[in-house]
Design a protein around this ligand. Structure first.
Ligand SMILES: [Cu+2]
Length: 174
């Protein structure tokens, strides 16, 4: 008799708490799922950047390159067409160790082409490869190869972030 009373009392005390726990669980699950979807879709979108073939015409004149900053994504195939506009110029890309010359021939430039796969991420200086006047050493530009984060990195990040958020909510709300 005594025991039954206690169980009933316990049940009554527990009932509102159970509802609250359930509400928290639903809310927490919703939060975690939303978070997962956001992180994952951002990651997928970023990783889904397909490698492209980039055709870039670089004009060279005393003493600058136009454009002076070339931005590509890692994995892209880059085709640089070098066109001299006054005297003969060249291009040398540090890090990738690529070189080409656009020589002036009968006042017309013979265009030079460099084709390569931008497999190394980072910033690489390119400079004129032909002595073309007093400011030739300052004739430089930048090749920026944006790193491509592989899909599995994003999966790992989303899993870690989800677990971390779960832990935080667990500690705060339970
Ligand atoms: Cu030059």
């Amino acid at each position: 008799m005594h025991q039954t009373e206690w169980i009933l009392l316990d049940d009554d005390v527990m009932r509102p708490t159970n509802r609250l726990v359930l509400l928290r669980k639903i809310l927490l699950s919703a939060l975690v799922v939303t978070f997962l979807i956001i992180v994952f879709s951002v990651g997928m979108g970023y990783s889904a950047t397909e490698p492209k073939t980039r055709y870039i015409t670089v004009y060279a004149k005393q003493w600058e390159f136009t454009p002076s900053i070339i931005e590509v994504n890692q994995g892209d195939t880059v085709i640089i067409n070098l066109v001299s506009q006054d005297v003969s110029h060249g291009i040398y890309i540090e890090g990738y160790e690529l070189k080409a010359y656009s020589i002036m021939y009968e006042n017309k430039p013979v265009n030079a082409t460099i084709e390569f796969k931008a497999d190394k991420p980072g910033t690489f200086i390119f400079r004129c490869a032909l002595t073309c006047g007093p400011f030739h050493p300052f004739m430089t530009g930048k090749l920026v190869v944006q790193p491509m984060t592989p899909l599995y990195s994003w999966m790992a990040i989303s899993v870690i972030l989800t677990l971390a958020s779960l832990a935080i909510f667990y500690i705060w709300w339970w």
